[in-house]
Design a protein around this ligand. Structure first.
Ligand code: ADP
Ligand code: MG
Length: 682
């Protein structure tokens, strides 16, 4: 039966070599390919009342021709035909370009149906389609496909009609009847008919609903099957940590953990104890206290006789972690070491040998940790900070340095749930959604660029009080195309303004990483008062004395990134400020600025960002980790995603699913993905 569908499209009447080539450009080779090519939108041909149609909107009206058409020749085979028409109570003009042949077909008194764009001011329809007679015989909706070359929509639809009539019955239903009934979903045949040949709007909606659910269910089944195999895999390490010692550690802290910190500690501890390999994502807004959680978990591993590793994306961050962990853990006799690109050869050799012999309990550092010469004695737990900065490959290497160690990824990017269960669906997720008590909110203001002098005064005020300031610029070089403030320019301007008073530093992506670290170090030691920087400063740097941040061209950033940047201030006891310099042109840009001023919660901002900019922009173009969906849309179909996820989880956990015939098609979805043989999605 499958072979009926995998036949070439040339089996269809009218599809010869030329048409087949055009179809090939649309990636359509087989009959099945054709059937699964969905329209990207549906044209609405329902009749509308012109009185209620806004300017520039597409409209279909029925009416009577009232004049003899006139044709104006514009040269180069171009022409403009105009005719008067009475549509309801409206006497309007209808214009068609390059369709001079209509002149002889249109006569006063005829009834026609016209579709086109409504120019309300001039009372003109710029026609794209005309049919003779009343609207009755036409479908209300017509699918529009992204056809290539000379292939017309009409022809494409004609082939589709044939394909569905002759081969539609061979398309297999993957959803068991119980699901179709439970959610009142169309069968596969109904849905294909509805998406390709809708009679009314409801048809396309119902069809889409079915395909969205099916697509998300298939996706979730693969993910949940993967999670299940991992959970059942007993080859990981069971870390039998010392509860008493861990308690002593928490008691030694100058503060009590927040409720959210306690909750995630429990979640992670459960993973540590069990023999399956932990693969967990720890999300927590900037300043939510992830580091202390990481320290506690590493200590837990140490109390069970294992080594731990903590990897950070930059040297300065690795150093900050090293300082904190030394302060917290050395009193408990934990032996720590820091390994980065700037560790001297002799020290490095010593660290490596002590690591291998097991005399170092916790190794912290940058990606220097994943070099082949770094050999652990008994690695039990790996934690990576700001995980989105590490490539998948680097994460894998680190994981393989032990015998299936538990792995915890930390990120300060709040990720909306829909994206997190899609991009990181095969991971367990822990969330710290609460900030330690007593944090002062960062006062955020949005001002126009022309008000920069006032901003400068406010900055000077903070500097006089002994505080420090960040100035963030989007790009490092002048560009003709983008009217973007240049970090170097801003640096020079500020250096002149503050000359003899305050030290200004400059950091951007073109600096070598040692240079970046050196500048960052000077800033964190207070030798620089102002740091002009591109967004390289974004990753978890902690300079509690910095209380003032100016972000140039703030409208160029997404909300998630603005929030990350803003999180660099407000880390100490002093009131902090964030000034957004922006003259956004679009409504969306304005809305983003307003959200930043009004909303401080990273998760709410992330949801907003997703809503405003869509999933593609959320993680940035580079490594989105997001699968591409054919019909589903992560912003609008989040409920379906939740449902599909729940159903998939229940399925893979049930006996019946793995045995009964009704579920065979769904099982094949999992089997064909290779997941059960241990292939991974990431
Ligand atoms: P992030 O999650 O951004 O990495 P950090 O771990 O750097 O946050 O924590 C920010 C600051 O909050 C640190 O100075 C840390 O010691 C402090 N901190 C962490 N947990 C608590 C808590 N429960 N109560 C008070 N302060 C805390
Ligand atoms: Mg951090």
């Amino acid at each position: 039966m499958a072979n009926e569908l995998t036949q070439s499209v040339t089996e269809l009447n009218g599809v010869g070599k030329a048409v087949a080539e055009q179809l090939e450009q649309m990636n359509v080779h087989t009959i099945e390919d054709l059937i699964w090519t969905f329209p990207y939108r549906h044209e609405d041909f329902r009749l509308k009342d012109l009185a209620e149609t806004p300017h520039n909107e597409r409209v279909t009206v029925e009416g009577r021709i009232e004049s003899v058409p006139t044709v104006l020749f514009l040269g180069h085979k171009k022409s403009r035909l105009q005719v008067q028409m009475l549509a309801g109570r409206h006497l309007i003009k209808v214009v068609f370009f390059n369709q001079g042949y209509l002149k002889n077909k249109l006569e006063p008194g005829m009834t026609v149906t016209v579709t086109g764009k409504w120019d309300r001011g001039r009372q003109v329809i710029n026609g794209t389609k005309i049919t003779f007679g009343t609207k009755d015989e036409q479908a209300d909706f017509e699918p529009v496909y992204s056809v290539k070359g000379k292939l017309s929509q009409t022809k494409f639809r004609h082939f589709m009609r044939q394909a569905l009539d002759q081969y539609g019955c061979y398309i297999e239903e993957t959803l068991p009847t119980e699901l179709l009934e439970q959610y009142r979903l169309q069968t596969i045949q109904q849905a294909l008919e509805g998406i390709h040949f809708p009679k009314q709007l409801q048809d396309t909606k119902q069809a889409r609903r079915r395909f969205v659910y099916e697509e998300l269910l298939h996706f979730q089944l693969k993910i949940q099957a993967l999670r299940k195999t991992r959970k059942e895999d007993e080859k990981g390490i069971a870390i039998a940590y010392d509860v008493e010692k861990l308690r002593e550690f928490f008691d030694s802290l100058p503060y009590e953990l927040t409720g959210a910190q306690k909750r995630v500690v429990n979640e992670i501890c459960t993973d540590l104890r069990t023999p399956h390999r932990m693969n967990r994502l720890l999300q927590g807004d900037v300043g939510s206290g992830k580091t202390v959680v990481a320290a506690a978990m590493l200590y837990a591993a140490v109390t069970a006789g294992f080594q731990g590793a903590l990897m950070a994306p930059t040297e300065i961050l690795a150093e900050q972690h090293a300082e904190n962990l030394a302060m917290w853990l050395e009193p408990f006799g934990v032996r720590l070491a820091l390994l980065t690109g700037s560790t001297k050869a002799k020290a490095r050799r010593e660290i490596l040998s002590r690591l291998e012999s097991g005399e170092i309990d916790i190794l912290m550092g940058t990606h220097a940790l994943i070099q082949p010469t770094v050999i652990f004695n008994r690695l039990g737990l790996v934690i990576t900070d700001e995980q989105h900065r590490f490539g998948v490959e680097q994460r894998r290497i680190l994981k393989e340095k032990g015998d299936n160690p538990d792995v915890l990824f930390m990120t300060a990017t709040p990720i909306p749930r829909t994206l997190s269960i899609t991009a990181f669906g095969e991971m367990d997720v822990s969330i710290i959604d609460e900030l330690p008590a007593g944090r002062k909110q960062i006062e955020t203001n949005w001002v126009k660029h022309e008000q920069f002098n006032q901003v400068l005064q406010k900055m000077a005020h903070e500097l006089r009080a002994g505080r420090q300031a960040y100035v963030i610029c989007p790009l490092i070089e002048e560009s003709d195309k983008l009217d973007v403030q240049n970090a170097v320019d801003v640096y020079q301007q500020l250096a002149t303004v503050f000359h003899g008073q305050y030290e200004v530093g400059l950091m951007h992506g073109r600096l070598k990483s040692e240079e970046k670290d050196a500048v960052m170090r000077e800033f964190s030691e207070g030798k620089l008062n102002v740091l002009v920087s591109t967004t390289v400063v974004e990753v978890g740097v902690n300079v509690p004395n910095a209380t003032f941040m100016v972000i140039y061209d703030a409208e160029r950033f997404g909300l998630a990134q603005l929030h990350q940047l803003r999180g660099r201030v407000g880390r100490g006891e002093h009131q902090s400020y964030c000034i957004l310099l922006a003259d956004p042109k679009s409504e969306e840009g304005k809305e983003r600025m307003i959200s930043m001023v009004e909303v401080t919660d990273g998760f709410r901002l992330a949801e907003k960002d997703l809503e405003l900019r869509g999933p593609g922009d959320f993680f940035g173009r580079k490594q989105s980790g997001l699968p591409e969906f054919k019909v589903a849309d992560l912003v609008h179909d989040y409920r379906a995603l939740e449902t599909a996820r729940q159903d998939a989880t229940n399925f893979v956990a049930s006996e019946a699913f793995w045995q009964e015939e009704a579920y065979a098609p769904l099982r094949r979805v999992i089997e064909s993905s290779g997941i059960l043989e241990g292939e991974r999605i990431d």
